[in-house]
Design a protein around this ligand. Structure first.
Ligand SMILES: [Zn+2]
Length: 473
């Protein structure tokens, strides 16, 4: 065995020993309120655990990922230079998606930013997932069965926090493509001992009929699909709010921080809607999740599970940390995987972090206002910057607008870039009202076209709202 292989194996063994020390293989919750007591750890205990994990993680990454080794060498750092969260944040610049894409192009098809190589994949490989970003080269991530066990326990803590209990049964309504959200929930339901009614590969009417006949209490889907299915059921003469459904577990799109959208879905379903937030890069598990208190304050929030991930926010220009309470982009260090334990990966969603204690008893940090848009989705129109969710809030603020809307960006023959927002409403006069709402929220003028209800294509999975046909450059 060469020295290099030896060091790679030694550091992997050490990293997994540390992970194992903190792992619980639960099939039952620890109490009525918490799946694991880790949820109630003090903030100093959480930090102590983060530092302990980090100390074993950096040598592991250095010896097992060419991407990380190059980065350490380029920065003139040894792995032992980063043993604590403070050292990590002060010494290690954020890792961007572009860096990963460049690496994936140079080293196809997997890149070198993960630590699941051929040996691990052949020995205990579980699943391959792909980044779902709307821009750039897709990046793939191979995870092992070792990761799966950690994934199940973290997600069980999140689902239990959301309110799922024995007696619940779930109907997942997803395509089961290479995206982490639904698979993570699927395996976790099994680990929690909750029954599942498979709902993939059938159309919406069949799913509506499944709900009527088999009476699941939990639906697993994207927010867009939950809204779509509710409308399908209404057209069939059913009232979604009168079904057996008590919980909607949603992921894949931001929504609970989008003013108007959550309320609309709660009205439709008469159910508790809980959210999973995370990314393919720093799985296996959701990072953000709902608790029973998430709607009780001035603004909605999600918790971020900090003993398994370090969450921070950075300035969108300088990429330097912002103070607690200031709006910034999310950055995640994953302390819970043998396959993709990233250091300061720029997830890139806007939120404001708060360490204020939560009424639910969890001390894990909160993302206030939830997640309100990924920096990749930012629209820059004639130098004015805003997010599609801000347009969504303006549309939702007007009573009677349809669920669907589109944002069309075009370049006029004169060279001027313009935006037209298409909405559905019975009254064409609402165009001015919505245009004013958009102007007051985004400081941008635009045309609003009012179409008859049910004109725009219905979203079945992830909503595509923005159609950018501007001439570039
Ligand atoms: Zn809470």
């Amino acid at each position: 065995m060469t020295d290099l292989t030896n060091r790679a194996e030694q550091t992997r063994t050490k990293w997994k020993e540390v992970l194992d020390n903190f792992h619980e293989e639960r099939s039952e919750p620890t109490s009525d309120l918490y799946w694991s007591e880790k949820d109630t750890w003090s903030r100093s205990r959480i930090r102590e655990v983060q530092d302990t994990k980090l100390k074993a993680l950096t040598p592991f990454l250095y010896e097992n990922s060419a991407f990380y080794r190059r980065r350490f060498d380029k920065l003139g750092l040894a792995p032992t230079d980063i043993k604590t969260v403070d050292e990590l944040i002060s010494k290690w610049p954020v890792v961007t998606k572009q860096e990963m894409m460049d690496d994936a192009i140079a080293h196809p098809p997997y890149g070198t930013y993960t630590t699941c190589g051929e040996d691990e994949w052949n020995d205990r490989g579980w699943m391959l997932f792909s980044s779902s970003g709307s821009t750039g080269v897709p990046r793939v991530f191979r995870y092992t069965h070792y990761d799966r066990k950690y994934w199940e326990q973290a997600n069980a803590r999140a689902l239990y926090s959301g309110g799922l209990r024995k007696g619940d049964s779930a109907l997942p309504m997803v395509g089961f493509g290479p995206h982490v959200f639904a698979w993570g929930v699927q395996y976790t339901l099994a680990a929690m001992g909750l029954p599942v009614i498979p709902g993939g590969g059938i159309d919406s009417k069949a799913r509506a009929s499944f709900i009527e006949r088999f009476k699941p209490t939990v639906l697993v889907c994207t927010p867009s699909y939950a809204m779509y299915l509710a409308r399908v059921m209404q057209e069939m003469g059913d009232d979604p709010a009168k079904t057996s459904v008590r919980w909607l577990v949603t992921g894949g799109e931001p929504f609970s921080g989008v003013e108007g959208t959550l309320e609309r879905m709660q009205d439709l379903w008469g159910a508790n809607i809980i959210e999973f937030y995370g990314c393919t890069e720093a799985s296996p598990h959701c990072g953000g999740y709902s608790c029973p208190e998430y709607q009780t304050g001035d603004e909605n929030f999600i918790h971020l599970m900090e003993d398994i991930q370090i969450w921070e926010t950075v300035d969108d220009n300088t990429m330097l940390p912002v103070r607690e309470g200031e709006r910034g982009l999310t950055v995640c260090t994953n302390l819970n995987s043998e396959s993709s334990a990233q250091l300061r990966f720029l997830v890139g969603d806007y939120t404001r972090l708060s360490t204020e204690p939560c009424g639910c008893g969890r001390n894990h940090i909160k993302g206030m206002g939830c997640i309100t848009g990924r920096s990749d989705d930012l629209i820059n129109l004639r130098g004015i910057k805003f997010f599609p969710v801000q347009i969504e809030e303006a549309v939702r603020s007007v009573a009677g607008t349809g669920d669907e809307f589109q944002i069309n960006l075009q370049t006029l023959p004169s060279g001027l870039d313009v935006m037209k927002v298409q909405v559905e409403h019975l009254d064409a006069q609402v165009a001015d009202v919505i245009a004013n709402e958009i102007r007051s929220r985004c400081e941008v003028r635009c045309e609003v076209e009012v179409l008859a209800p049910n004109t725009l294509p219905k979203t079945e999975m992830k909503a595509k709202r923005v159609f950018d046909e501007r001439k570039k450059g």
